[in-house]
Design a protein around this ligand. Sequence first.
Ligand code: CDP
Ligand code: MG
Length: 687
Amino acid sequence: MTRFWKPGTENPRLLDDEEGGVIFYNTSSSSSSGYGHMNMDKQRQRLPVYKYRTAILYLVEKHATTIIVGETGSGKTTQIPQYLKEAGWAEGGRVIACTQPRRLAVQTVASRVAEEMSVKLGEEVGYTIRFEDLTNNDLTRIKFHTDGVLLREMMDDPLLSKYSVIMVDEAHERSLSTDILLGLLKKIQRRRPELRLIIASATIEAKSMASFFNARKRQGQDDEQIEPNKEPAIISVEGRGFNVQIYYVEEPVPDYLRAVVSTVLSIDDLEPMGDVLVFLTGQDDIDAAIQMLTEDSQSNRKKGLIVLPLYSGLPRADQDLVFSPTPRGRRKVVISTNIAETSLTLEGVVYVVDCGFTKQRIYNPMTDIENLVVTSISKASARQRAGRAGRTRPGKCYRLYTEEYFINEMSAYGIPEMQRSNLVPCVIQLKALGVDNILGFDWPSSPSPEALIRALEVLYSLGVLDDDAKLTSPAGFQDPMISKMILASNDFGCSEEAITIAAVLSIQSIWFSSKGVQKEMDEAKLRFAVSEGDHVTFLNVYKGFIESGKSSNWCHKNFLNYQAMRKVHEIRLQLRRIVQRLGITLKSCEGDMKVVRKAVTAGFFANACRLEAFSHNGLYKTIRSSQEVYIHPSSVLFRVNPKWIVFHSIVSTDRQYMRNVISIDPSWLTEAAPHFYQHKQLNPIPH
Ligand code: CDP
Ligand code: MG
């Protein structure tokens, strides 16, 4: 059993120890019952942020930018947009915007606010995330978005002119889109002095954010009288949600998966009713933990546990289960990636188990490879995770790391995504928004020059930027390689096929994923598999799906994720419209897979690899940087190992694995990108 202790106690004690202990949050009330029965107005007034209502509205009135720091659960996200509306910021057809880094947060927060205001979601209160728009142009006054979607809105309306206030929430996450958005909002502010910005977070370096938005210093000191004040205001909301007691492990745990399982089981044994939220790093971990827990439950009379996964690729119906009320007498255990880390309120959660790790994208501009790496979380993340327990009543958080580790080893904040990402999509986006001087762009924290230059270089070689550094292919294509493939398909006469492939590639996976049915899944895959590779296999799958009348039953029989296939269909229609606007002829190559493979090569030539001569274990090397890579087991070319391939993306676990692989003829590479390969002085390509 994993032993925990509460900091401040003499001896480390077991989990069921109730008394004493350091309390993480101050509490305004120690009672845990009754809140569920309060009416909505009372509930709203109970939130800490309520006492600051007037102060916040005053600052927003007077200052161009207001930075609001308040503990998780204090009511920032759900209350502030409502206060703004009550104060008249949505009058005269104007709209209040609030952004979140994640889709799930947008959906749940919007529906909570609609509920509090007793309006139908999609009318006065709405939300937009990619591929889902639940707003009404005439009616919507408070609108929630992912920050990426708000960026996209700038393509049509560069000054975001319909918004009176834009609240960038959970700014501490510093996602790539948040940072781009902050940089662009700062530009917009200069053109629209009447626009108000709110930057909100539980844990943010308020001072550095304030100095980023401080427009006073540049414009001189004599504008004291001009409203709004260009110097950002900072307000700190004191008071928190409910108590969350923190427990640490006595000793570092050797295996966090086992520790998670044993902690959940002891909570179930020893603690009063209440749901459990576990943070793990990714779907593999989550599946493994669920399997361990459910196996253990069967042998262990644990009929009361309802164990559910939560991660970003999860079908909607499974996601809804997580938010549905727990039946009486049962205990729900939600095992999640960090998508549940910020913004979410899971009603019944009383216990949080935090493994201390997360999966992060880390990009190395020297090798041009982006890895998903399991890394230690930051203190800010640890606080957010703990905060998921104190939302509707007091809670407990079990940290599977020592207190010493938390204090001495964990960094205060995570590294902004900007500084650890491939910047190609970001540069395209900025270019599409008319930012010409990318190197001189004012970022909240600057990306590495290597990564920026690398991105520009790739975009030139792809022909996405022309000699004047202007975008050649218009927006709508997020991934430049996919865009290039679609553009090239016009010449090859296979745009219909290219669009299908593009749609599938923009989805995480179309295969149903579940442990224990590997063999059946592989057999199902074989029904569609072709020796050319995954992309051509996708075409067969999509064809079958359409011929089945888009049947969920058919998907089920073939181990395909029905939701994912529907999404593919949806994205495909969207891409088709864009492509037509670009003047590309919609045409099918009627089964000539060679041209399809050429089109794929035209887009993905930079990801070309060659099988190492004498390699018996499927070792490939990338042509660009001689990185060692292997074909991912999920690929239909796994163990087939054709000599020359291009891949769509890399995942790295113990090795670098290529996902979505297609076999090619090496002569197509020079055909597709003579400039790129000559310029790079690469090895002559042997046949
Ligand atoms: O943004 P912040 O973390 O400050 O808080 P919030 O998301 O506005 O939520 C404030 C409180 O409202 C939560 O702590 C919950 O008590 C309650 N709430 C809820 O009960 N159900 C929701 N779906 C959302 C919020
Ligand atoms: Mg919030």
